[in-house]
Design a protein around this ligand. Structure first.
Ligand code: ADP
Ligand code: MG
Length: 144
């Protein structure tokens, strides 16, 4: 099979390389898209969202995993960006009761860190990306 031209699979060797990969990828995103990010702590999910946010025109906002809320919301140039992190979600019910349905498939682009925690709630057409440690500074990033 010839390598795909969407940038995946990739092996990045620095946080900035991961951000650049994400920025390139993010130019293809449309309102309603859900990007599900799989992988362990420190695997680069948040760096990826940071890079994507640059490409989506998020300016002057700190992009970091939502810790005390379920979602962080950023204003992109043409659409809102919703940044979820399911790490601290105690059950899928919690995500459900929060009303995630209003975000997925809505007016903006959604990124979900720790997507494995809410896998059954992901839409069938979610874009799934897995992050793996491949060395201290190396991350293997695969589109599933
Ligand atoms: P996650 O959100 O998956 O827990 P983060 O993006 O918050 O991970 O953190 C990734 C950590 O790994 C950061 O400290 C970053 O500096 C470091 N790092 C080292 N190499 C890379 C790389 N190639 N891509 C992304 N992050 C990297
Ligand atoms: Mg994170």
């Amino acid at each position: 099979m010839p390598p795909s031209d969407d940038g995946f699979p990739a092996e990045t060797h620095s946080p900035s390389e991961t951000r650049l990969l994400a920025a390139d990828f993010a130019t293809s995103l449309r309102p309603g898209d859900v990007v599900a990010l799989f992988g362990d702590l420190g695997a680069g999910k948040t760096e990826f969202v940071r890079g994507a946010c640059v490409a989506l025109g998020v300016v002057g906002e700190q992009v970091s995993s939502p810790t005390f809320t379920i979602v962080n919301e950023y204003e992109g140039e043409t659409l809102p960006v919703y940044h979820f992190d399911a790490y601290r979600i105690k059950s899928q019910d919690e995500f459900f009761e929060f009303g995630y349905q209003d975000y997925f498939g809505g007016d903006g682009v959604c990124f979900v860190e720790w997507a494995e925690r809410i896998e059954p709630l992901l839409p069938d057409d979610a874009i799934r990306i897995r992050f793996e440690h491949a060395g201290p500074q190396v991350r293997r990033i695969v589109r599933l």
